[in-house]
Design a protein around this ligand. Structure first.
Ligand code: FAD
Length: 472
């Protein structure tokens, strides 16, 4: 049995099940020291994802403690922190789960080389996707750029079953010291919003597994049509636990397959949506520029507008377009936004307000508790029209007709817009509790006036697109 401990570096894998790096570390028979580092990456997170990560760390620490293990917390540059801990604990290897964005890949490659040069084992494992981004390739061996053939290829090769949780985690003779999570103040940037968002968070691996089971037992049937209606509880809500790795996509995939085999055909639509997440990471892996640059060439010339007081009203849910404002407020209160609402809010910003998609992308990265680097970038570029497999630019969502179609009884708008209601529900009022006082908002104020006439905004957007098309 190996005696030298293995350090298990945790970044976004807050689970015992289907965690290949953990599984292999445990299987080796060596003592395992789980470690999470507060590095620049973690410090650079937006307010809401950072708060949510803090919740996940707390829950995972408790879960490890129940197994007789500990999650060691340390701050600093990963290489220096690891070198110090390796020396302290006499560790023989470091295991981690692969990352797929360029900066993460480069940092991990350098870390692997440095550790190996020191004579320490360094192994990286899959764990956060259905497939590694290079495992799905076109006939020519290249990456996919369009979703449907990617989906067909993924569906064709299937998905490996999830791994079980390790039966036992061997403890080291001495547990190294750990910093205190409370001292990291992971919720500091949320201010008073944290208490409001906390009411909506479902945290921890066991909770995520229960949420998956509930969804597959019920709402998954009806998903195909229900998923477009923001007031219905028709989607899984699993993006948040997925973003911090409280659940793995393979677990979700196989639960969906079982639901389909048990006679719930809408499960197939659900699997297809889940594959969009892998597609986003496939794209970001092969085209790292997707995160910051227009994916389609030629869009550099588009007359995007930058940040402005008008954009600030969008951020604050004060555009005067009820569907857009409801969407922005839902995000501020719950940390999440329904997919249809994300499309409407993003379309309004990039088309009716002609704003650069990166401005919206950054605000979502600040406010979403399910923030996912790849899905957010792909989603914004897709809606803006400059992205992979994007909707054509001239397809401009009208928030009023969208509300009529997907919120016919006005339930979503009533849930989130207090102004004008005699007895607004708690959800709508909570926005005023969460919003910074400096915004000076009150539920009793008259509804905000529209920032732009929808027809004029549409005409202006189409004219801007026309100049781009002509220039191309
Ligand atoms: P379900 O409908 O239950 O779907 C199951 C899972 O499939 C989701 O949890 C998610 O992992 C995946 N999925 C579904 N739709 C998409 C999609 N369009 N793209 C990628 N994956 C998808 N999703 C994030 O997880 N994080 C983000 O930061 C994010 N930003 C977005 C920004 C914009 C502008 C847009 C248009 C979409 C964005 N999405 C993002 C995608 C999508 O809105 C969410 O994944 C979805 O609303 C999550 O709700 P759910 O878990 O109930 O989804």
């Amino acid at each position: 049995m190996a005696e030298k401990p293995i350090i298990l570096l945790i970044r976004r894998e807050m689970r015992l099940h289907d965690h290949p790096a953990l599984f292999e570390a445990a299987r080796s028979g060596a003592p395992v020291i789980p470690l999470l580092i507060r590095d620049d990456d973690l410090e650079g997170l937006g307010a809401a994802p950072k708060w949510r990560l803090g919740q996940a760390i707390e829950a995972f620490s408790a879960r490890l403690a129940a197994q007789g293990a500990r999650l060691i917390l340390r701050s600093g540059a990963p290489e220096a922190v690891l070198r110090a801990l390796i020396a302290e604990a006499g560790a023989g290897a470091v295991y981690w789960t692969r990352r797929y964005h360029l900066a993460g890949r480069e940092a991990d490659a350098a870390l692997k080389a440095a550790l190996r040069a020191d004579g320490v084992g360094a192994e990286s494992f899959a764990g956060s996707l259905l497939h590694e981004p290079w495992q799905i390739a076109t006939q020519e061996g290249g990456p996919y750029r369009v979703f449907t053939p990617f989906w067909k290829a993924l569906r064709g090769i299937g998905v490996a079953p999830p791994l079980p949780a390790p039966q036992e985690l061997r403890a080291p003779i001495h547990w190294p010291d750990s910093e205190n999570l409370a001292d990291w103040a992971m919720g500091a940037a949320m201010n008073r919003g944290a208490a409001v968002v906390a009411r909506h968070a479902r945290v921890g691996e066991e909770t995520a597994l229960a949420q998956l089971a509930e969804f597959c037992d019920g709402p998954i049937e009806g998903y195909a049509t229900g998923r477009d209606f923001p007031a219905r509880l028709a989607t899984s809500g699993l993006s948040e636990p997925l973003s911090v790795g409280e659940i793995s996509p393979r677990q979700i995939w196989h639960a969906g397959l079982r639901a389909r085999d048990e006679g719930r055909p809408d499960a197939e639509d659900f699997l297809r949506e889940l594959a969009w997440r892998d597609f986003a990471w496939h794209l970001l892996y092969h085209f790292p520029q997707m995160e910051h640059a227009n994916w389609r060439p030629g869009w550099e010339g588009f007359p995007w507008r930058g940040d402005s007081p008008v954009v600030e009203r969008w951020r604050r849910g004060q555009t005067g377009e009820p569907f857009v404002d409801a969407a922005m407020r839902e995000m501020f209160v719950t940390g999440r936004m329904h997919n249809r609402a994300r499309m409407i809010a993003a379309s309004y910003l990039t088309k009716h307000l002609l704003t650069d998609w990166r401005v919206g992308q950054a605000w979502f990265a600040e406010c979403l508790t399910d923030w996912d680097r790849a899905s957010n970038a792909m989603g914004w570029q897709w809606v803006a029209g400059c992205g992979p497999d994007a909707a054509p630019y001239f397809r401009i969502f009208n928030p009023v007709t969208q509300a009529k179609k997907f919120d016919p009884e006005g339930a979503y708008l009533r849930a989130w817009i207090a102004e004008g209601q005699r007895h607004p529900p708690d959800t709508a009022l909570a926005f005023f509790e969460a919003a910074p006082r400096s915004w000076g908002l009150s539920p009793g104020a008259p509804p905000p006036r529209p920032l732009v006439d929808l027809a004029e905004g549409r005409t202006r957007a189409l004219a801007a697109y026309e100049t781009l098309r002509r220039a191309g």
